[in-house]
Design a protein around this ligand. Structure first.
Ligand code: COA
Length: 247
């Protein structure tokens, strides 16, 4: 068994990163955060799709509570997990979270940082932080709201209630549910669809979607301007037209 806390498999168009601390229910510790930063650096330089997943029926049962208990005010201000999750959210190519079982606290916030989330019927997702005397400070208070809206995010964050797979699907927190042995197949099928498209067009779409409201529609025009001049646009459109004899 591979003992790395984050097992990384690379291929030309995608990387699969598997949280791998099964005896600690994949609790996210400092070492995992450091490896995630190194992975982000790699994917910022050489953009590829990222699939995040877990092991043994668990995505991640939160930040590592042993380490959290020892952290003090200055650690909170450094935003140890928040910084890594922002970086993941801002990766140039799409991030897919394939979530089996528990995604709690920091584990849920890691999933919220993905662009696309899919899950299994055993999903339990949410933020029990207030029960531990802390708050969800790595994306819960803003990203969850953006995904599911203020009402449900408030209920989840202020009560600690976890959502089931059906509830998460209805709320749009995950976009599909798959049997556990089909989860990665489904994640790869999504990655295949993305990989078939133009990578630069995908990256620009993601960048525009992440841009502040007030920068639209200017940013869309600027990014589209670059795409309108790209050889790949010309190639793809010419191929479409020629295939249909519309030249
Ligand atoms: N941080 C550190 N250790 C954790 C952990 C976490 N977030 N979640 C689980 N673990 C450890 C347990 O301490 C235990 O370690 P041990 O075997 O050395 O005693 C091991 O993982 C297995 O956990 P256990 O609780 O026995 O597993 P379970 O299958 O019965 O329950 C959970 C799974 C996820 C329901 C339960 O572990 C849990 O509630 N975890 C904490 C969830 C949480 O509050 N997360 C928010 C943190 S911000």
């Amino acid at each position: 068994m591979n003992e790395e806390p984050l097992v990384i498999e690379r291929s030309p168009d995608r990387v699969v990163a598997r949280l791998n601390r099964p005896d600690k229910r994949n609790a996210i510790d400092r070492e995992i955060i450091d490896v995630l930063h190194a992975l982000c650096e790699e994917l910022e330089t050489e953009p590829r799709i990222l699939i995040l997943t877990g092991v043994d029926g668990v995505f991640a049962a939160g930040a590592d509570i042993t380490q959290l208990r020892a952290r003090r005010a200055e650690d909170a201000r450094r935003g140890i997990n928040a910084t890594a999750f922002v970086r993941i959210h801002e990766l140039p190519m799409p991030v897919i979270a394939a979530i089996d079982g528990y995604a709690l606290g920091g584990g849920a916030e890691l999933a919220y940082a993905a662009d696309i989330r899919i899950a299994t019927p055993t999903l339990k997702i949410g933020n029990p932080e207030t029960g531990l005397g802390i708050m969800a400070a790595a994306g819960g208070t803003w990203r969850l709201r953006e995904i599911v809206g203020d009402g449900l995010a408030s209920e989840m964050l202020l009560t600690g209630r976890l959502l089931t797979a059906d509830e998460a699907l209805r709320a749009g927190l995950v976009s599909s549910i798959h049997a556990a042995d089909e989860l990665l197949v489904a994640a790869h099928a999504i990655a295949d669809r993305i990989a078939a498209n133009d990578p630069l067009a995908t990256q620009h779409t993601k960048r525009a979607m992440r841009a502040p409201r007030e920068t639209h529609p200017g940013i869309d025009g600027d990014l589209q301007a670059e795409l309108f001049e790209s050889p790949e646009k010309m190639r793809r459109m010419t191929e479409f037209l020629e295939r249909r004899g519309r030249r």
